[in-house]
Design a protein around this ligand. Sequence first.
Ligand code: NAD
Length: 294
Amino acid sequence: LSMKIGFIGLGNMGLPMSKNLLASQYEVVGLDLNKESCERFQYAGGEIAQSLVEMTACCGLIFTSLPSSEAAKQVYLARDGLLSSCPADVILVDTSTIAPSLEVEIGTKAEEKGLSFLAAPVSGGVIGAEKRTLTFMVGGAEETLEQVRPHLLKLGSHVFHLGERYDSGTNAKLINNLLIGFYTAGVAEALTLARESGLDLDFLFDVLSVSYGQSRIYERNYKSFMAKENYEPGFTLALLNKDLRFAMDLAASHDLNLPISQALVDLYADAEASGLGAKDMAVIYERIGEQSIT
Ligand code: NAD
């Protein structure tokens, strides 16, 4: 790539992803509202843009990794946002998980301006971002994806095209995160029972690692968080709640009633209301532990 790559949103995911681009010898220009995130990126060798216009003037490919639909609206659709400031041949790739309808709106408006857009949410977490093992679930034009694929493979190991519709990758990602919500709450309840039954949780983990109870989420939640009683994110409970709400909106748009999913949404929403939103989602183990004693 002769031009520089832009990266907007240098948070838990964006920072390691942009660092991997730097490590792959790309020149990367970053932007974040948070000063500390900018400083960490500069420390890793990145250059900070003072404005979106400064970034769009020099970047042929721009990634975003933003925490909410509101932030994505601001970055893409505001009067001085990406869609109005990008020259026609720039490719925009959103790796955030935002409302599927907003991905469609951004993609459609980008097309009208002669820009290429992909909605490419990721799975694999901070560890996947650091180790370049992310999975991309991409919605948008296949032709655009083929141009971007070599660059995505510097950030992850799997790139799937879910369809031409801009929301197709996001819908797959929401199904993934609905399962993450299930597994995480399931592991939390099961380990609460195991602990109260006097089982050694480390030994149980080894036993279940070669049994059907094993899952990647059990490993992630137990090894990195629950066993250490450390809930520094990771993936915050608030971000999981955002995705669960999108999944329920998707269900409602198809007139589906999903009672177990609804119970999950209520469980995590209640945990967020109690002040746990900024902690890793695995903190639901503590919440369930406190609430399950009758
Ligand atoms: P984060 O909150 O750590 O990072 C988001 C960053 O965006 C922050 O640094 C914030 O300052 C910045 N930001 C917000 N508004 C901005 C704006 N208008 N302009 C510029 N920067 C802005 O969140 P994260 O965990 O890195 O997640 C980012 C996205 O990736 C989310 O959509 C999330 O659902 C998704 N995701 C996260 C994980 C994970 O494990 N953390 C895994 C897969 C997908």
